[in-house]
Design a protein around this ligand. Structure first.
Ligand code: SF4
Length: 453
């Protein structure tokens, strides 16, 4: 999971603030990736870029930004999936050609036929400096423009017929900004226009809102949008069956984002209400594992008319546990991340709502923490089905062996996490939480992968 931003500031404004807008958008998307971040900026004749391991505010200080002035900028926050957490695998990737155009590209998603396409390009003499799929996309485009005489749009159209997987992408040249999205529209991608007239593309609408954009659209499945000083042009390629990632609603996206035709917070509230409908247990209070389960617990509480309480406090400076790439770092993160309210849990029977169980690492420790605080009973309610399959479209669940639902049955999981009872949302009922259930990917629950290698 990563976050992307693309900004095009029209020539007439002449303010050279694309880098500022991009940094703000990246900061709003920091939850999508915390390992590295980067930006590439075009000032017409010059292409400048900077990427580093670390968080947006640490890397893009006012001094750094003042050296990156330009009208067209793209940015990326990275959580490593394809290629490890290194500088070379971080994005954007930049390719400068002496005679022809220069390119910078940032993408969110994973390419499932990465090795096959890379091998084909390497056979043609294309050099790769990283193991990152963003580099594959830019090298594919540059090869077809440079060596085959394609226009950029033709190269992207061709890419959509050959490259399989998820890719919500921004591509900057010295004069234009391209936005495009894979034909299944797996990862979110939206775009709009700031009150000052700059066009902005982003992974999530929360990044557009912070730039003053209230009206925005999704980049369509298989759509290419080109922004230049002449305005906007839109091209559609083959649209396949829509397969939006349902996990974006469950966990990844910010609740103040809107995509796939839904408010993220509303889907989470729906999930909570549906969980309440299938639950017979009586309890004193409902509380979420903050933050992604907050709205699920709220939906549950409203439906069952059981008080919603915040008994667990999250330290926001630790980051997201799920998206730390190594188990040791994840373990440490959990211990420092949550604490219980004093004198709150004693003798209480609680419904504890969480969004998902992937490895079981976090929830086990949280339950232990609440038990230490004197709770009487913990009934664990999970706002998603059991995660049994790995994701190949941009989420780090690399092997089935790491998923607790593949190692233990539901009673063993209950005992492992030490809950008094546990209920997952079944896939059939999860579908009721969204308005267009057939447009989603549920592969990590049912193994029905929409894009095969
Ligand atoms: S497999 Fe799961 S996480 Fe991956 S795209 Fe599909 S629903 Fe999302």
């Amino acid at each position: 999971m990563c976050g992307i931003i693309g900004v095009f500031e029209p020539k007439k404004t002449n303010e050279f603030i694309a880098q500022e807008l991009t940094m703000l958008g990246m900061f709003a998307e920091q939850h999508r990736g915390q390992e590295s971040c980067g930006m590439a900026v075009s000032e017409g004749s010059v292409f400048r870029h900077k990427k580093e391991m670390g968080l947006v505010k640490q890397v893009f200080t006012p001094e750094v930004l003042s050296a990156l002035k330009g009208r067209i900028a793209i940015g990326h926050v990275r959580y490593p999936t394809c290629g490890s957490a290194t500088y070379y695998n971080s994005q954007p990737h930049v390719v400068e050609t002496l005679a022809g155009p220069s390119f910078a590209l940032a993408s969110n998603g994973d390419i499932v036929n990465y090795h096959q396409i890379r091998k084909e390009l390497e056979t043609e003499g294309v050099y790769f400096a990283s193991e990152n799929d963003g580099e594959l996309l830019i090298k594919f485009i540059v090869y077809h423009v440079d060596k085959k005489g394609f226009t950029i749009t033709e190269a992207v159209k061709h890419l959509m017929t050959k490259v399989k997987g998820a890719y919500s992408t921004v591509l900057a040249t010295r004069e234009e900004l391209y936005m495009f999205r894979d034909p299944h529209a797996i990862r979110p991608m939206v775009w709009g226009k700031t009150p000052g007239g700059s066009y902005v593309a982003a992974s999530e609408s929360c990044a557009l809102n912070i730039l003053g954009i209230r009206d925005f659209n999704e980049v369509g499945a298989g759509e290419i949008i080109i922004v230049s000083d002449e305005g906007i042009s839109r091209t559609n390629t083959t649209v396949k069956k829509l397969r939006h990632c349902i996990f974006e609603h469950i966990y990844f996206s910010r609740p103040d984002s809107y995509h796939f035709g839904e408010n993220v917070y509303q889907v989470r509230e729906n999930i909570g209400a549906i969980l309440a409908d299938i639950d017979k247990v009586k309890a004193d209070i409902v509380l979420p594992v903050p933050d992604s389960a907050n709205f699920m617990a709220l939906g549950y509480s409203r439906r069952k008319k059981i008080p919603f309480e915040m008994g667990l406090i999250r330290n926001h400076y630790v980051g997201r546990t799920f998206i730390k790439p190594e188990q040791t770092i994840r373990d440490e993160g959990v211990q420092h991340k949550y604490n219980t309210l004093p004198n709150f849990f004693e003798g209480k029977k609680i419904i504890l709502v969480d969004d998902s169980i992937v490895r079981g690492t976090t929830i086990r420790k949280i339950i232990k923490l609440i038990q230490k605080a004197g709770v009487k009973e913990i009934h664990l309610r999970i706002g998603s089905p059991q995660v049994k399959y790995s994701c190949y479209y941009g989420i780090d669940t690399p092997t089935k062996e790491e998923l607790i639902a593949n190692k233990k049955d539901i009673n063993e999981i209950k005992d492992h996490v030490d809950a008094d009872s546990i209920i997952h949302l079944p896939t059939e009922t999860l579908r009721n939480a969204v308005s267009n259930p057939d447009n989603y990917c549920y592969a990590c629950f049912d193994g029905n992968y929409p894009v095969k290698k």
